[in-house]
Every structure is written in C-alpha cells, then in structure tokens.
Ligand binder design. Structure first.
Ligand SMILES: [Zn+2]
Length: 507
C-alpha cells in the first residue's frame, strides 16, 4: 500500500513535470505588468548593433590526445582566501551525433584525482540520461584498463574500486556508451525536437565527495535542480553525421583551432544545435556574448546581447571577474530558463512576449541565468539541499542589474518579480521539501532576494559588497555550504543580523 501510494505520487509528479517549470524560476504572473512599457522616467533601452558571428563548420574528428596525468594537490584544506581549490577531474570525450539515428555515441575518459583527505573504496557517478527508458546504453567501462561494471540504480552508478584510492592518487575511468536521444518535450531541455538538439547532462560524471557528507549524489525531482557538480576540465571532439545543411553549434565554449571544445574549471559542458539558429553578439570587456535564437524570436534575440553585456559588466564589477571569454544565450522551446557553464537557455515564450519592456521575463530571466555563471558555475553549491545558495543570489543579481543600469525601474521590478507573488516560507529548505514548483520558488528565490536585501540594509553597502566579493573569491571552484556563507559574512560585519536569519531561515 505504501509502495502503491509512492508510485501514484511519482506518477502525478511525473505528469506535473510535463508542464511545471523545469529547473529555474518562472515569472508567469497572470496579470502582472509583464508587458508594461517602461515609465516615462526610465532610461531608454539601448539596442546594440547586431553583428553576425561566423559559426564553426561541422567538426571533423581529430585524434584526442591521451590525457596527461593531472598534477594532484595535497588533501583539501579548509578554504581560505589564499588556498588553492582542490585538484580537478579531467573529462575527455570523442562523440558522434547521428541525426538520422538520433544517437550520440560516446567514448568518455575520466581522470579522477582523489582530492579528499580520505581513501575511497568506490566511485559514485551520476548518469542523468538513465532516468528515461531506453536512452542510456552502456557498452563497456574500465577502471585503469580493467573491466568493471558496478551497479546502476536509477541515475546513481556505484563502481567499487579493486583497491582503495588514496588521497592524492588518481585513476582513469573509460566509459563507452550510446544515447538514443529522446524527443525534447515539456520542461525537459535534453533531447531532440523538430528544430533543435540539446545535449545537457549527457554523460556520466563522478559526483563530488565531501569528507563529512560523503558522495553528493541527489535524486531527481520534478522541479528544481538536483545535481551537485564538481569543478572539472573538459576536452571534447564532437562529430556530426547526417546533419542538416547549415547546422550551427552553440556550446559552453567555442571549439579551438583543432576542433576541440575545451573548458577549464567548469561544472559541465553542454551543446545546442540547430540549422535555424540566427545570432547576435555583444562584448562585455573580454567576454563575447552570443545570442542564439530562431527567426520568429528575432526581436528578443537581437535585444538580449545588450542587456547581457550590461549584466556581465555589473556582476564583474560587483562580484569579481569571470574567467571566461565566451558566453552563449540560447532560445529553446522549454517553459523556463536554465543555467549551464558558459551557456544558458531561455524559454522561447520569453522572446515571444518581449515587447521592449525593460522589466520583462526575457530581460529579468536573461540576466538571472547569466548571474549563475558566478553563483553556480564558479561558486558551486548543493542545488538539491541548499538551492537558496545560488537562486537567492541569482534573483538578487537581477535587482543589482536593474539598480545599476536602470535605476528608474527598480521598484517596478520588485512588484513584478517578487511582491506580486506574496512570497512566504523559509528559504533554507531542500527541493524535496516542496510538493510543487510555485511554493518552492516563492520561498527559495523570492524570499531569498528579500533576505539578501534585508541583510544589505542591516550591514550597509560597504560590508555587504565586500562580503560578496570575498565569498566569490574564496569559494570559486568549490561547493559552498551555508556555513561558508555565514563564516565569510561574519568576517565583514560586527552588526547583529540574527533576527533577519530567524525570519528567513527555518531553525
Ligand atoms: Zn536560477
């Protein structure tokens, strides 16, 4: 009976997930002023001249060089302002995407260093594509050249090690597998639909190991983000077969001269491909921002780079530099936005309803997703258990964007984005504590923004922004915990803020 009830709940949740927002905030007030034109006092929206970015041609494979041994750091000390982040795993891929067969055939090679102070008797991997039937097909896996199998249970794959992996040692895991790409439907970004193929969370990865908490594997949930990503280095050769003429590739980073997609110290690497993409670009310092959109979404697609460059400039100034040269913003037919390293997706609906209003889903959520390059990609967190740690900061980043660039619209933003929903609830719950999407967003994201604002007013701008910069610097490349947040905060203020914590955090 208990099991049956669980299954029924699961079925209902699965059905809900088809239309509920997938992973990120959705501002879909029924009567909110989404389409309101900016007040007369608002700064006019500047539109950037659009330039066309040449796209890389279809990649031809080249031989992936064997991964060199990764130098290992000493066991992870407690982070301080001067300590280095732990040694990173390295991921090398040779992948063939066949559009006719709808398959992605992958040779994956992981060099995994044990950067923890404990010996490891197993590896725990997350295999996101395994949550859907007939998508993930494992062909072989070896550990240091020896065949292993392990146990795949849902998306959790446990590989026992023949002998313990001591601190500072590394091993090589080689996985050969094939994905049969599902139709991209509902809130799921992953998959192939009539005009776009999205490869997100498309490979097994070793979840982070924390000496106190163990392996940070979290189960899927119908809403919210459940994955905890390590910071890793990537080198990918992607070959296309039977691609439509003119197929363009948006990626976490563009390919280098040898056709390798490389990215260092990133949480993940994603691709989006379409023969229909058009592009517009803008620069923010050294960072080139490219908007990939479909022809019917051109107004928003062309407007986004300007807002994006303002947002990146603001976040760079407020939080610190982003070690990236390229960012991509990609339209997709999912109902929400979603952040990945170097690339964020935005719902086609946001483009369709864009009418040049500054306070709109396209602009608000566009700059929200970009802020996740700081609060998710650089500073990681357990998105399942502590989702407020990236989402409260991402919503607050929207406000900083408006405050710094369009100060006349700040009040409109609070009304449209936060107060309209009359948010309630404690911000420090896990995604699993909520039965549905809206209460989760109201508490985690919107109350989260209110908490940040209350904290700022209490400790003052100088301490508040010094704290954010320091927190960003100290936690880059790591997985921050609430203890890290408050430990670093306490080094920047002597003011008491416990009443604010009591208001927003469950005891
Ligand atoms: Zn977010």
């Amino acid at each position: 009976m208990r099991r049956l009830r669980y299954d029924l709940v699961g079925l209902v949740m699965a059905a809900l997930s088809l239309w509920l927002g997938g992973c990120v905030y959705a501002a879909r007030p029924i009567t909110a002023p989404v389409t309101a034109t900016p007040p007369a006092t608002a700064t006019a929206t500047p539109f950037a001249p659009v330039t066309n970015t040449p796209f890389p041609p279809t990649m031809t494979p080249s031989n992936t060089p064997a991964a060199t041994a990764t130098p290992l750091a000493s066991p992870t000390p407690s982070p301080t302002a001067t300590s280095r982040p732990p040694a990173r795993p390295r991921y090398d891929f040779t992948a063939v995407l066949d559009f006719w067969a709808r398959t992605l055939t992958v040779d994956e090679r992981i060099v995994y260093p044990n950067a923890s102070p404990s010996a490891l008797d197993r590896l725990v991997l997350n295999v996101e594509p395994a949550q859907w039937p007939n998508v993930f097909h494992l062909e072989s896996v070896t550990l240091d050249g020896q065949p292993v199998r392990g146990t795949l249970n849902g998306t959790r794959w446990v590989l026992p090690l023949p002998q313990p992996l001591r601190p500072g040692q590394s091993l090589v895991l080689e996985i050969h597998y094939r994905l049969v790409l599902p139709y991209r439907t509902g809130s799921r970004i992953f998959g192939m639909d009539a005009r776009q193929t999205n490869l997100v969370d498309w490979y097994p990865f070793v979840v982070p190991y924390d000496p106190k908490q163990g392996w940070l594997w979290q189960k899927p949930w119908p809403f919210g983000d459940h994955l905890v990503y390590p910071s890793a280095d990537y080198d990918i050769v992607l070959t296309l077969k039977h691609a439509a003429a003119g197929t363009r590739i948006a990626a976490s980073a563009p390919p280098d001269a040898n056709g390798h997609y490389r990215l260092r110290a990133a949480r993940t690497f994603v691709f989006s491909l379409s023969p229909y993409f058009q592009t517009a670009t803008a620069k923010a310092g050294d960072i080139t921002i490219t908007s990939y959109y479909f022809p019917d979404l051109a107004a928003g697609g062309k407007a986004l780079p300007t807002y994006a460059s303002q947002a990146v400039a603001t976040y760079t100034q407020v939080y610190g530099a982003l070690p990236r040269r390229h960012l991509a913003i990609v339209a997709t037919d999912a109902p929400d936005g979603m952040e990945y390293s170097g690339l964020v997706f935005l719902s086609a609906n946001f483009y369709r309803t864009y009418n040049q209003a500054l306070v709109s889903n396209l602009v608000s959520l566009g700059v929200h997703e970009l802020s996740h390059q700081w609060w998710y990609d650089q500073v990681g967190n357990d998105q399942a258990l502590h989702p407020w740690m990236d989402e409260a900061l991402a919503v607050y980043s929207e406000w900083l964007f408006y405050q710094r660039n369009y100060p006349a619209d700040v009040r409109l933003w609070w009304g449209f984005r936060v107060n309209y929903f009359q948010p309630q609830g404690y911000i420090n719950r896990s995604i699993y504590d909520y039965p549905s999407f809206r209460p989760y967003v109201n508490a985690t994201y919107l109350q989260g923004a209110r908490f940040m604002e209350a904290l700022r007013r209490r400790i003052g701008d100088q301490a508040f922004f010094a704290f954010l910069r320091d927190y960003y610097t100290q936690m880059q490349g790591r997985i921050a915990t609430p203890q890290d947040f408050f430990r670093i905060l306490d080094t920047h203020t002597t003011k008491s803020y416990q009443d604010i914590v009591a208001r927003y955090f469950a005891p």
